[in-house]
Every structure is written in C-alpha cells, then in structure tokens.
Design a protein around this ligand. Structure first.
Ligand SMILES: Nc1ncnc2c1ncn2[C@@H]1O[C@H](COP(=O)(O)OP(=O)(O)O)[C@@H](O)[C@H]1O
Ligand SMILES: [Mg+2]
Length: 296
C-alpha cells in the first residue's frame, strides 16, 4: 500500500502547496500522516500558520497530521558528526580534519537531508509520509559514492585481517539502511514520485530532464501536476486569454510527452495557498472532491 509521496519540481511551482493538500487529504481520511520538508525556507510554518521547526509537531486543526521542517544546518551538523564518529578510533586528527573539510561542501547538506529521509523511511508508525521536495537524481547518485567507499573499507578490512569491525560494522549498517530506502524509493506500490510544474516551456523541459535523471537510477515518476493554470472563465481579457492559450499549448505538449502518466491540472486560485481553508480548496481539486477511496 502506498506509503511515501515525494514532491519534485523547481522552486515556486507549488510543491509545498500540493504536498500540504495531499497530507491534509490523507489525514482527513483517517491515516496518521507526517509531512516533512527539507526546504531551507521552512515554509510549512507559513502554510499551516503555526511554528513547526526541526521536530515533529502536530498540526493545529487537522487531527492525525504531523509536520516537521528539517533544519539543514542542524541536519548537516548531525550528519558530519555521524559520519566522522566511526573514524575517530581509526584515524589521526589530521586525517579527520581533512575528512571534515571534505564534508563541508553543498553536497553534504543534500546528503544530510537525505539521511533524514532515510530515517523517515524506516519504521515510523505513520501510515503516510509526504515529502515536500524530493531528493534529485543528482543527490541520489552522490549517495552511491559513500557506498562504494564503504565497500572498499569492508574489503580491505577483510583482506588485511584487521579487526576494525566496530566502525566497519557501523558503515555496513548505514549501507543497509540506505539500500533499504533505495529499494522503497524504487517500489511503485510503496512510493509515489510526483512532479509539479507550471505550464511553461522552461518548466516542461526542466521536468523532463529531472525525470530522466531519476529514471537513470531506477526511479519512475508516478504522476504530474500542472499547477497555476488560468481558469477558462477568466481567460476573457486579451492579456489572460493570450496567457491561457500559451499555457494550453504547453499542457498539450506535456500530455504528449508524458503519455500514460496521470496528469492533474490545478487552476490558479484567487489567493495564495495558506491556512486550512485554502489548503482544503486545493485538496478538493487534487482529490476530486476529497473521496478517500481514490488514490488521486
Ligand atoms: N494553484 C495555486 N493558486 C494560487 N496560488 C498558488 C497555487 N499554487 C501555489 N500557489 C502559491 O504560489 C507560491 C509558491 O508555491 P509553493 O507551494 O510554495 O511552491 P514551491 O514549494 O514549489 O516553492 C505560494 O505563495 C503559493 O501559495
Ligand atoms: Mg516549497
């Protein structure tokens, strides 16, 4: 049964809005639901209009819904500490500081966030976990590097008969967690990968590119949401009519390119998606009136 939903797409296309609407829908349908974001802008607080932050927090007014905003700084500190910990007894201070320096790039921040994802993909007690902002194919590829590296350590430990099994054991443990998470990400019955886009050429090509990147590592997209379409009734003024026509052309193209994939079309609402009433409006459109037996 579907348990994880990841939202991908460029900044500003509506990932957070669609993720919040999806999370509200599942919670209302009686599933204990968690929504997690790694976006440093931490805007779940804005959407739900309450303080959330780097800990799991019940969402006011939506029983069964919990939210967490992963703080990239805290997560990165935790990640580096976790990565260096097993090396402390094996390497000297100089080597450790080299490793520490190597772990101070932007990819570490991404990996740290993904380590959090992995934690949430273990046993959690939630029926559904919604991830606002998914790891990209690029991030997932980076994660294969430490796996190679751990394999190398494992082999050399075995070859030389050295018993640094404590640290190696820990790395192997992490690798197992990572492998399990990757297997879950690739399992279509367990995980949905949703791309949100605008009906614009640049957004379409970006979506195609990111989907290809994911496909290359064995992850298939489950559906597409084309967001912020101008409602037909509003396309009367020449300016909006022209805009709507341009959008329709891209929608047609998307339907041809993504043939076979479900495509959800969401209109531009008359206000930003903030507060329970607006999230609800959005959820009704996304889940066609809110029926619980429907997957979409
Ligand atoms: N269908 C929509 N109608 C009206 N406003 C929208 C819609 N979708 C998103 N928005 C607004 O657009 C902005 C960006 O959306 P957001 O969900 O934060 O995007 P992302 O998470 O991809 O950066 C927000 O202010 C949000 O309220
Ligand atoms: Mg967002």
């Amino acid at each position: 049964m579907l348990r994880y939903v990841f939202f991908s797409g460029k900044g500003g296309v509506g990932k957070t809005s669609m993720a919040c609407a999806t999370a509200m829908h599942y919670a209302r349908c009686g599933e204990k639901t968690l929504i997690v974001t790694t976006d440093p802008a931490a805007n779940l607080s804005d959407v739900f209009e309450q303080r959330i932050g780097h800990r799991i927090t019940p969402v006011d007014g939506i029983p069964g819904l919990f939210a967490m905003e992963i703080d990239p700084d805290i997560a990165t500190r935790e990640y580096i500490e976790h990565a260096i910990e097993p090396m402390r007894e094996v390497f000297d201070g100089e080597t450790l500081s080299v490793v520490q320096e190597q772990l101070s790039g932007p990819c570490t921040v991404e990996m740290a966030a993904f380590e959090k994802f992995i934690d949430f993909m273990g046993e959690t007690g939630y029926g559904k976990i919604i991830f606002d902002t998914a790891p990209t194919g690029h991030t997932l590829r980076l994660l294969e590097l430490p796996v190679e590296w751990s394999r190398h350590i494992e082999e050399s430990a075995r070859g030389s008969g050295q018993t640094c099994m404590g640290p190696v054991g820990l790395i192997i443990d992490n690798k197992r967690k990572f492998d399990e998470a990757m297997a879950k990400l690739k399992d279509r019955s367990l995980t949905d990968f949703v791309f949100v886009m605008h009906a614009e050429e640049s957004s379409l090509s970006e979506t195609i590119r990111s989907m290809d990147e994911l496909r290359a590592i064995g992850i298939n997209t489950s559906r597409i949401i084309i967001n912020s379409l101008i409602p037909a009734a509003e396309a009367v003024h020449p300016f909006f009519r022209a805009k709507a026509e341009a959008q329709n052309a891209v929608v047609k193209k998307a339907e041809a390119v993504f043939a076979g994939l479900p495509i959800e079309k969401i209109e531009l609402l008359d206000d930003e998606i903030k507060g329970i009433n607006m999230i609800e409006k959005c959820a009704e459109r996304l889940f066609k009136g809110g029926a619980c037996n429907e997957k979409y």
